[in-house]
Write a protein that binds this ligand. Structure first.
Ligand code: ME8
Length: 527
């Protein structure tokens, strides 16, 4: 039987400067979902990329004294390096300057024009360049862009318009469809803020600058950057050609993003697809913002935290853990060094790291020749074992709902229970009693076996930690019978722990950090 498919996307980011930890947030969430779905047997297509056209990039390049193409090339290369550093397992990286994308956009626009979905007129109104968005006077916040707070500019130019208004009713129906736009509160926002006041047709071309895809039927015009960008989700599969990838992967299963661009994805994007009679994405998820000092972290505000510095200093898995654990995925999260260091110390160094090193150290010390095979079960083994057995289904249910933080909380509940199990069983006391050797072996086996399961379940979140745990406990990739000890199914079964080559001495998984020292160190980077 062929595998079911799962197509997920991140926004394609503007290469207008180095990316920050806010961009890493969405991409790490997407990567975690992609890894999880692959483990569950899906044929995953995970797309990310860069949105390279438009006025903002053209201006930034000019400020840097470079051609737009040279300017974006260097930033895109740093973005790819960042994703490599952060263990992002994307399947495809699209750049809107790719020739194939540009040709596709030309064909798509011709098709929209021929179907009467776009027409020529004049746009007179307001434009926010940092957001590349058109606004009406009444939508402004104290005269400024309601999304980013920047000054808006008055523009008056000949434009092609897309008949967005004609899709109002179908969009209303779509937004009311459970599961299409999540969290649900965002769907109500879209209906109240945009559909109720009445949708206007959308300007989809510009003539006041040149860095973009030219309209094949009127080459004074370049395609409005958002429309150019939204179609990436299809052109990356080869659209408008009817490629195998288009047939296999479209419609997307989920588009992930933060809340400020939900309106482009839940109004403009579906309407464009409706205009072309194409299937609509199954879900749009708008997560919360990473805030810094209470304000949205953004390149235009300059309050950004560099993920490269954080990953190099604390390790990629610690940063990924923090991002996904700190708050529920739909909610805003205040990013602070204190919160990060506290999480690393409490959850990773103390709870998980100590559990692994204590377990490994006790096996090495009490059974230098390897654990004996006899077992004798006593309380509280059944309780621990039952929790471990129930965990995979809970994590799966949470991840299917994008409840990353809840899934990690469930896993850490087992980590804590396992630590408590050590306190209750007191292996060091058992070790003094030669009669208790079998019981001691059972306790240590249960500890290592639960950690084997935990290692599998944290894999999607923290890609390199599972192998470190397995190495520390001597767990091979497969047992003697050739059974994988790393796949999802292995987490569903108890008693698979084995360490045929013994338990080596290894470094702590997550060294404890000194908060004061870290605050000082990061302060230097901020200068
Ligand atoms: O909007 N908190 O690109 P962009 C959480 N090119 N997420 C954040 C964030 C923060 N402080 N800052 C950025 C664009 N993000 C368009 C997208 S898609 C067809 C075109 C993440 O570089 C989040 O996913 O401004 C947000 O939606 C996205 O980066 C915006 O990236």
């Amino acid at each position: 039987m062929s595998k079911p498919k799962f197509y997920l996307t991140t926004p394609i980011y503007y290469p207008s400067g180095k990316l920050h930890i806010g961009h890493s947030y969405t991409t790490v969430a997407a990567d975690t979902l992609a890894r999880y779905k692959r483990m569950r047997g899906f044929d995953v297509m995970f797309l990310t990329g860069t949105d390279e056209h438009g006025q903002k990039i053209e201006r930034r390049a000019a400020e840097a004294g470079m051609s737009p193409q040279d300017f974006v090339d260097q930033i895109v290369s740093s973005i790819k390096d960042l994703w490599e550093l952060m263990d992002i397992s994307y399947d495809r990286f699209i750049r809107t300057t790719d020739q194939q994308h540009v040709r596709s956009i030309e064909q798509i626009f011709t098709r929209l024009y021929e179907r009467g979905e776009i027409y020529k007129s004049t746009y007179e109104g307001l434009y926010c360049t940092p957001c590349e968005a058109f606004w009406l006077e009444g939508q402004l916040d104290e005269g400024k862009c309601p999304d980013c707070g920047a000054e808006v500019e008055l523009t008056n130019e000949e434009c092609y318009f897309f008949r967005l208004s004609k899709y109002t009713e179908r969009l209303q129906e779509l937004l009311e469809t459970p599961g299409f736009l999540e969290p649900r509160s965002r769907a109500r926002e879209m209906i109240n803020n945009f559909l109720k006041p009445g949708l206007e047709d959308l300007a989809v071309s510009r003539t006041s600058f040149t860095w973009g895809v030219r309209l094949p039927f009127d080459d004074k015009h370049v395609v409005y950057v958002w429309v150019d960008a939204l179609f990436n989700y299809l052109t990356a599969l080869g659209f408008p050609d009817e490629t195998d990838d288009v047939k296999r992967y479209w419609p997307a299963d989920i588009h992930l993003m933060a809340k400020e661009i939900v309106r482009f994805h839940s109004l403009i994007w579906p309407a464009l697809l409706m205009a072309l009679d194409l299937p609509l994405p199954k879900k749009v998820f708008g997560h919360g913002w990473l805030l810094f000092g209470g304000d949205k972290m953004s390149k235009s505000k300059g309050n950004v935290v560099d993920p490269v510095i954080l990953c190099n200093r604390y390790g990629v898995d610690a940063i990924r853990y923090f991002l996904l654990r700190e708050v529920p995925f739909g909610t805003d999260c205040n990013f602070s060094t204190e919160a990060l260091i506290t999480r690393i110390n409490s959850d990773l160094a103390n709870d998980l790291g100590n559990l692994v090193s204590r377990t490994a150290a006790m096996i090495r010390k009490y059974f230098p020749e390897g654990l004996i095979d006899e077992r004798v079960t006593a309380s509280p083994d059944p309780e621990l074992r039952q929790m471990a057995t129930e965990l995979p289904a809970k994590v799966a249910a949470d991840l299917d709902e994008l409840q990353y933080s809840k899934a990690l909380t469930e896993i850490w509940t087992l980590v804590s229970r396992t630590n408590k199990y050590i306190d209750e069983t007191m292996p060091w006391v058992l070790a003094k009693d030669p009669e208790a050797k079998t019981r001691l072996a059972t306790v240590l086996f249960n500890l290592a076996d639960v950690l084997r399961i935990i290692a599998v379940l944290i894999g999607p979140f923290m890609p390199s930690t599972p192998n470190k745990i397995r190495t520390a406990l001597g767990i091979p990739e497969q047992n003697a019978a050739g059974r994988s000890l790393t796949d999802w199914e292995s987490a569903l079964e108890l008693d698979l722990y084995c360490a045929p080559s013994g338990v080596p001495k290894t470094d702590p998984l997550f060294p404890r950090l000194d908060l004061e020292k870290e605050l000082e160190a990061l302060e230097q980077f901020a200068d």
